[in-house]
Design a protein around this ligand. Structure first.
Ligand code: SF4
Ligand code: SF4
Length: 223
């Protein structure tokens, strides 16, 4: 059956959809084991990769002073969907050359709280560790949740397919030298054991409603 999509989404509609996606993610992951708590902030570093749409969402509420912008941080050379597209076509992306800086995020308060918590990018939301993180080490994220987050990042990039992916600070500086073009959702890259659950989650996302329409009306994603 041919599906009719609305391909000309306004910025406001995209931001509303992003808000729905963030809320759905919060609800979806709330019962997964994790030890994260307010004030625990080893995961909060300057290496935040996000989309231009997520930064627009953040700037709806907050003004970020240039005085706190860091200068050294990780810069991605490819978007999540572009990378997924390569893997789906049995190709391998070039290895990243940018190094993680791992210095604390300037948006942390003295108490180790996020000063933009409700509007933080998705990459920050995806940090849910089963053990307290150690400096410089990977978070201990449930393997299924890693794929859940990957798919969310893909959907967010798809929603912002006319936009860009970059480090948060480069987007805030509007330094497009380091922007990588976003790409539409190419399909999922999920191990067999998680496929049915992930597909069911995507169906639930596409059934969310905005202004009387399901998200499947706004997002031309097929699984
Ligand atoms: S991801 Fe790690 S550092 Fe971040 S809040 Fe959770 S346990 Fe703490
Ligand atoms: S934006 Fe907030 S949640 Fe994200 S790294 Fe910075 S302080 Fe942490």
């Amino acid at each position: 059956m041919l599906m009719k999509y609305n391909n000309n989404l306004s910025k406001t509609t995209k931001l509303d959809i992003l808000y729905l996606l963030y809320n759905f993610f919060n609800e979806f992951v709330k019962d997964f084991e994790n030890v994260c708590h307010p004030g625990c902030s080893t995961c909060c570093t300057v290496d935040i990769v996000c989309t231009t749409l997520e930064v627009s969402f953040l700037l709806k509420k907050y003004q970020i002073s240039k005085d706190i912008f860091p200068t050294i941080y990780y810069r991605p050379s490819i978007s999540i969907n572009e990378s997924a597209k390569l893997y789906i076509n049995a190709k391998t992306p070039k290895p990243e050359t940018s190094q993680r800086a791992l210095t604390p995020c300037p948006l942390l308060t003295e108490d180790g709280l996020c000063s933009v918590y409700e509007y933080r990018p998705f990459a920050c939301r995806a940090m849910m560790s089963r053990t307290i993180c150690k400096q410089g080490k990977e978070a201990d994220i449930h393997p299924f949740l890693i794929y859940v987050s990957l798919v969310f990042m893909q959907i967010i990039e798809h929603l912002d397919k006319d936009g860009y992916t970059a480090n948060l600070w480069d987007i805030l500086k509007n330094d497009n030298k380091y922007f990588v073009k976003n790409t539409q959702f190419p399909g999922i890259l999920v191990p067999f054991e998680y496929r049915a659950r992930i597909k069911s989650m995507i169906r639930r996302i596409l059934n969310l409603e905005l202004d009387g329409n399901k998200l499947s009306y706004y997002l031309d994603i097929s699984i």
